[in-house]
Design a protein around this ligand. Structure first.
Ligand code: ADP
Ligand code: MG
Length: 342
């Protein structure tokens, strides 16, 4: 399929990410509906062409748990990628709409992501590098697939130069500047699964205050000038206690936002981005809590994704043998019916 921008009719904006946007489009000559991802790349023409070449690997990715790729082209100053359109969107959007996701569905998500990661690594030696709920998509057939994996080294470099993504799903070893491995993806999966099961980002407070998500959005924006890995060796400030009684009146949500902090579960602390990264490195990993609310097997699975030492953490392929994943595999829960509820 030879894709040209002129043949794509824009139907709807699907979302905005770091350094780009995603639109629902129709490929008019064939009538095919696609998602067009537009990435602004500040790089030389030779580098853009190299990225385009590298993206072609995606034509060879055929797996039920990976978004299909239709093609990519340059549209100065952007690179456009046309990928499979998933009509139920990403899992972050889904839980923000319907609340915490049933743990049995979360089990199916874990299974799908592990299958996808194992395929990418075993067949193509690709490490995903950006597992998070917004990169896990669902459709009304009840399929769950991952997208936005690191196929192109040049693309990773170019985006890193202008913007580092949501580092909050980043593993402790990555924050400390170690190389990416498939085990870093396992950490990000663990954080993502807690987020889906609880219906909120695990590094945020469990109270009636609804400002956490907007705090988080602000705070992600403050990350922009950093390069991944550049934080290693950087002295991190100590976490500061949230003042209980500010001198001039009550703490309004606006004040909280202005501080660009993120609340930490149950601790009464507000953190800046550096403090959060320090927290991930130095403090115990989050867990699927409260204890006893979820099946033991699920708790234990999440714990094994979140071993802080990458030596202890196992690979996606090994995790596929976990008893909770076995159970998810044989679970007859109807995901098609589930997706019809929202
Ligand atoms: P991010 O993943 O950081 O949110 P992206 O630019 O990758 O940023 O995507 C923006 C949004 O577009 C996602 O959050 C998702 O909801 C939506 N989206 C991305 N790809 C697709 C797709 N293939 N089908 C449907 N929606 C998509
Ligand atoms: Mg994405």
């Amino acid at each position: 399929l030879d894709l040209r921008n002129e043949d794509l009719k824009e139907l709807q904006e699907l979302g905005q990410g770091n350094g780009g946007s995603v639109k629902k489009v129709e490929h008019v000559p064939t009538g095919k509906i696609m998602a067009k991802k537009i990435v602004l790349i500040d790089a030389k023409p030779s580098v853009r062409k190299q990225i385009l070449r590298e993206l072609q690997i995606m034509h060879d990715c055929h797996c039920d748990y990976i978004i299909s790729f239709y093609g990519a082209f340059l549209s100065d100053p952007n690179i456009c990628m046309c990928i499979e359109y998933m009509d139920k969107g990403s899992l972050d959007g889904i839980y923000k709409k319907i609340g915490p996701i049933d743990i049995d569905v979360v089990g199916k998500v874990a299974l799908a992501v592990l299958e996808g990661l194992t395929y990418l690594y075993d067949v193509h030696r690709i490490i995903h590098r950006d597992i998070k709920p917004s990169n896990i998509l669902a459709n009304s057939k009840g399929q769950i697939k991952i997208c936005d994996f690191g196929v192109s080294g040049e693309l990773i470099n170019s985006i890193a130069d202008t913007f580092v993504g949501t580092s909050t799903y980043m593993s402790p070893e990555r924050i400390q500047g170690a190389q990416y491995t498939v085990k870093s993806d396992v950490w990000s999966l663990g954080i993502s699964l807690i987020e889906l099961a609880l219906g909120r980002f695990p590094f945020s407070e469990d109270d009636s205050d609804d400002s956490d998500l907007s705090d988080l959005e602000d705070f992600e924006g403050t990350l922009s000038p950093q390069r991944p890995g550049s934080l290693s060796g950087m002295p991190l400030p100590p976490a500061r206690k949230k003042e209980k009684k500010p001198k001039n009146g009550e703490t309004s949500k606006k004040d909280k936002r202005k501080s660009k902090g993120v609340s930490l579960q149950g601790s009464g602390m507000t953190m800046s981005i550096l403090e959060l990264l320090q927290h991930i490195v130095n403090e115990p990993a989050p867990r699927l809590t409260p204890e006893g609310r979820f099946p033991k097997e699920a708790e234990e699975f999440i714990d094994s994704c979140l071993f802080k030492d990458p030596e202890e953490r196992v690979t996606p392929k090994e995790l596929l043998k976990h008893s909770w994943i076995d159970r998810a595999r044989t679970d007859t829960i109807d995901l098609e019916a589930w997706t019809s509820t929202f």
